[in-house]
Design a protein around this ligand. Sequence first.
Ligand code: ZN
Length: 344
Amino acid sequence: MQQTLKAIVDNCIKELGTCNDLSALNTIKVKVLGKNGELTQVLRGMKDIAPDERPKAGKLINEAREQIEKEIDQKENVLNELELQKRLENERVDITLPSAKVSHGALHPQTIVRNKIIDIFTSMGYSVEDGPEIETEYYNFEALNIPDDHPSKDMQDTFFITDSMRYNIILRSQTSNTQIRVMEKTKPPIKMINPGRVYRCDDIDATHSPMFHQIEGLVVDKGINMSDLNGTLGAFVKELFGSKARTRLRPSFFPFTEPSVEADATCPFCDNKGCRVCKGTGWIEILGAGMVNPKVLTNCGIDSDVFTGFAFGMGVDRITNIFYGITDCRIPFENDIRFLKQFR
Ligand SMILES: [Zn+2]
């Protein structure tokens, strides 16, 4: 029996010597100390030994077990240490390596110009208001003094969502609905701009898009007159295109303003000398404006005998195209990275 035990211990030590991972170690453990292991088999053989020999045999078996357990424990410690080293090596971070290249995004040119316009007017004390893009006919047309037979109410020009007899739901064709909504709930003085998207039944081509962006402004107070409008637009154009820029007003017509004007700015490309962009005129049309029609004030519950106001509206897309010399209004919507990268 002593020889058997010695053979088991020696063999175990030999196997431990070549074992180099924890799962192989576990196999050895089971093979020797497990329920049917080599040492357990010897222990079971005790019943065949003479009773007075048993204490001696038991002692030998225990010694063998202790030795084997000690050897396995030592090996386990060594292997655990190795495993840790290996993991640390694998997970090592080389902080001297250059980092992966992060590409920076940029604001869309229209967002840049819209923010610039908003900055100019908020610096003059205007609030920024928002309104619904899905609107009733009333807020888009009627309240703005646009009669039923006006061409802009034609199905060819406006996207109709419902087609009932009264208060059709439409996609707003101008941001002026926001002005009506603000005037209904606010007592003058009012000094606001309202940027947003508008929709018109246009096929997309170089100069038309079924969706575009407007920024409108509205000032209502006692004693507001045409010279206030002229001064405001003059200051705006100088801020936008530079201190040399000038403005001129031409008579025009809109149902919601009376009198109405178109405002031109001196061409920023040729300094009013005439070039390809301004078609040789030296001037570029930038917005429509006028004194708020008293009927519109009355529609919103504002006493038009006491208060007057001016309003203006411009296309952000148009101003952006002028600003950056973009000649096709489809390009800003094509998401072409080569185009958009230029505005970083
Ligand atoms: Zn020009």
